[in-house]
Design a protein around this ligand. Structure first.
Ligand code: FMN
Length: 350
């Protein structure tokens, strides 16, 4: 339920309002360099930015309990825990009986699961994904594999340009994870407009992976795209994943969509419509996929819900501390999920 991967096994634990969230990462080979500053860099990229993120502020300092010695993996399970320091249960007790539309409260209550603060469904869990993923990324550096994501769109504001890894890395300078200062400003305004209305807004994260050799990836249920899609879909609020031109392939002909080949210092594709994956394996082009994140469910606008105690229809306005838009924080989470999946496929010998 809370595990991903076979040879590089990632186990998630904790919950939003418990003492910790964290992860156990098994399968990182002994001797893999682990730079704590890099872990902190990625943790910081997940933090909410002033004005466009939740007012819940957490220091998000990961405590590495085991598995790393003298900045190297020692080959044993790596346990990382991240204390929850800023918990306010009172913000949430209402939603056990009057479930928030769009959040996991209703099915969780029916199943008897604790959903305080979003419980295990909270975006807070993704801090552990980033902590574990940031170690998987360092393992991938040793294989020449680099992962970078950026914000393709927020609401009606879309980045129209084709972007490469350099642009995506540049997005780390901007709170929205847009590729330019102008886009950052307009995306930020789009978020603020929704927020001022007591509402929220969604968008699209785009992720690129460079350095995968031709033929890398499993087959069928172990296909690289199948396993990536499964992991990325596990991120709360993700409602779609597409590779390459994705859903627009439906309107193309094969003569337009096929990535044709040529020899240029080895086999190369002449375009990248299929996202660098055919038959579940890399075709040598950069792997490219997008994930759509829905508007944050917790909004202050009046909505209809039910009171599970009385069986009555009631109104709800969600208070508490929430992100008006998840997308700016999602980029590093998507990168981390991709790192965990690809590192596992390497360990499995694909
Ligand atoms: C980084 C991140 C931050 C999130 N922040 C919030 C939030 O502040 N408020 C909220 O209602 N949902 C937030 N979510 C989304 C919910 O966790 C998610 O919508 C909910 O668990 C229901 O799952 P589903 O949307 O996948 O169906 C966040 C998700 C992520 C990835």
């Amino acid at each position: 339920m809370f595990q991903l991967g076979e040879k590089l096994k990632f186990t998630l634990f904790g919950s939003s309002h418990g003492p910790y969230v964290g992860c156990i990462l098994e399968g990182i080979p002994a001797g893999t360099p682990v730079d704590a500053d890099l872990i902190m860099k990625y943790m910081t990229l997940r933090k909410p930015a002033a004005g466009i993120g939740t007012p819940r502020k957490e220091p998000d300092i990961p405590e590495i309990v085991s598995g790393i010695r003298d900045s190297e993996a020692d080959g044993s399970p790596i346990l990382i825990r991240i204390p929850n320091t800023n918990v306010r249960d009172s913000d949430y007790s209402l939603y056990e009986h009057t479930p928030r539309p769009g959040h996991a409260d209703l099915p969780a209550a029916v199943k008897g699961l604790n959903c305080l603060g979003g419980g295990v469904f909270s975006g807070r869990m993704t801090s552990a994904v980033v902590a574990g993923g940031s170690i998987a990324r360092q393992f991938l550096y040793g294989h020449g594999i680099d992962i970078s994501a950026f914000t393709r769109s927020i609401g009606a504001v879309a980045d129209p340009e084709q972007r490469g890894s350099e642009d995506a890395r540049g997005s780390e300078a901007f709170a929205t994870r847009a590729c330019t200062g102008d886009l950052d400003r307009t995306m930020r305004e789009e978020i603020m407009r929704a927020s001022e209305d007591g509402d929220s807004i969604g968008g699209v994260t785009e992720c690129m992976v460079s350095g995968l050799p031709i033929g890398f990836g499993g087959i069928w249920f172990e296909a690289l795209d199948s396993e990536l899609a499964r992991a990325v879909f596990s991120i709360p609020a993700c409602k779609g994943v597409e590779f390459g031109k994705g859903f627009s392939l439906a309107g193309m002909r094969g003569s337009q969509s096929n990535d044709q080949y040529c020899y240029r210092d080895g086999v190369r594709t002449m375009s990248n419509n299929l996202g660098g994956i055919v038959g579940g394996m890399s075709d040598g082009a950069p792997l490219l996929f997008r994930a759509v994140f829905k508007p944050t469910p917790s909004i202050a606008k009046p909505q209809h819900t039910v009171d599970l105690r009385t069986g009555a229809d009631v109104g709800i306005r969600v208070s508490g501390r929430h992100d008006p838009c998840i997308v700016p924080r999602a980029a590093v989470v998507v990168e981390s999920m991709a790192a965990l999946v690809i590192a596992d496929q390497i360990r499995r010998g694909f």
